[in-house]
Design a protein around this ligand. Structure first.
Ligand code: CA
Length: 235
């Protein structure tokens, strides 16, 4: 999952970036409203954290223009003001939730998870596909009760695949949601990670869940119990 943070206070922005990165999200940061809006319109973000008081373009204008273009990414607004006016205005302009500064990181993380659940097809904290399950709070992954360790990127990739199971995901879509701007588009890094992930979760043979879609990317499907041997579409 990839998140955009639009926040001009460097300390707050870096605190949020660090925390969300540790929670396995890919994070991009914009330090003013103009840059933030530009980034939000160029890339699809799974969630946007938007400060109200911003240089160049304030958060209210950013959310209004964002929704005006049809952007549906969930938005969590950060407000330093105690008054209800900002919250009401933000929600009326299309924000999905708000958080008043100062806040504890745990609360921000919980609200982000809640936004992702609200907009996704999956409404539960534990995502699953076949015997595989992934806890989006503890980041524990297991298959048939056996736990395995995943790196940040492996976790993000698996979470994105499971959230979108049954959908063909192009490499560029996977790149947009799992990697941040520093990503090298020339490399075959997605294929390398998928291979590694398959190895860790023991996803092989005719009943494999992560399938290649030739010339496009990948699809994750519930294992087919009637899968015949020999129809392996990979490599
Ligand atoms: Ca600010």
């Amino acid at each position: 999952m990839r998140i955009l943070v639009i926040e001009d206070e460097k300390k707050v922005a870096s605190f949020i970036r660090q925390g969300l990165s540790e929670e396995m999200y890919a994070v991009d940061v914009a330090y003013d409203g103009v840059e933030g809006l530009k980034m939000a319109l160029e890339t699809y973000y799974d969630a946007i954290i938007l400060d109200v008081m911003l240089p160049k373009k304030d958060g209210m204008t950013v959310i209004r223009e964002l929704r005006g273009t049809g952007c549906v990414s969930p938005v969590l607004m950060l407000t330093a003001r105690a008054g209800t006016q900002d919250r009401v205005q933000g929600l009326d302009l299309g924000a999905d939730d708000y958080l008043t500064k100062p806040f504890h990181f745990e609360e921000l993380a919980a609200r982000v998870r809640s936004l992702l659940r609200r907009t996704g097809t999956e409404k539960t904290i534990v995502l699953s596909c076949g015997e595989l399950s992934l806890d989006t709070v503890t980041h524990r992954a297991s298959r048939s009760g056996k736990e395995f360790e995943l790196t940040t990127k492996e976790y993000s990739l698996l979470e994105y695949l499971i959230r979108n199971k049954g959908r063909v995901l192009s490499r560029s879509l996977i790149q947009q949601h799992v990697w941040s701007y520093s990503f090298d588009t020339e490399s075959n890094i997605i294929d390398v990670y998928v291979k590694r992930l398959r190895g860790k979760i023991g996803d092989e043979g005719a009943a494999r869940m992560i399938r290649s879609v030739r010339g496009v990317g990948y699809i994750m499907r519930e294992p087919d119990p009637s899968a015949q041997t020999g129809d392996d579409d990979d490599e």
